[in-house]
Design a binder for this molecule. Sequence first.
Ligand code: HEC
Length: 148
Amino acid sequence: MNKNLIFILLFAVAGLTGCEPSSTGFSLPAGNVVNGEKVFLTMQCLECHTMEGFDQPESAVERATASVALGGEVKRIKNYAELVTSIINPSHQIAEGYELDVIQYEGQSIMPSYNDALTVTQLIDLVTFLESRYELEPYEPTLYSPYR
Ligand code: HEC
């Protein structure tokens, strides 16, 4: 076998087994935003998260643990595969822009697992609700001064 062909095969295999989150072939049925908000509140996600339009409970403010912002203006909206992953496997990819020792412990996210607490319908509604709270930041073109 020639060398190039071996490289091409290696890349193909790497591509197939890569663990980048991807939505290809992953499709959730439509969820319900109003029900998702209820799940968000009953599961007490605000203990560790902030979201515009919601107050954090006293207990969270007192403990002053992580306050990871959900929703709001972002440069790139997380797709629902990423949102589902951050809920059912929080340590897969740790949120960016926070002090690591605040949001993780021994390499694991401090976010608890809800996998035995949520029904699939609740998870879908929750993700639909979260998705609806993100807004894309308006694109700002870089201004270059014209050549002289
Ligand atoms: C005990 C604290 C805690 C609770 C309760 C909690 N989370 Fe988290 N969550 C975190 C921390 C810390 C992170 C950042 C580290 C990480 O990415 O796992 C996070 C990350 C996330 C992210 C990814 C955010 C990003 O920008 O990457 C989502 C989405 C999320 N949580 C949703 C939820 C939802 C929905 C609930 C309620 C069902 C919840 N969390 C409850 C601590 C918590």
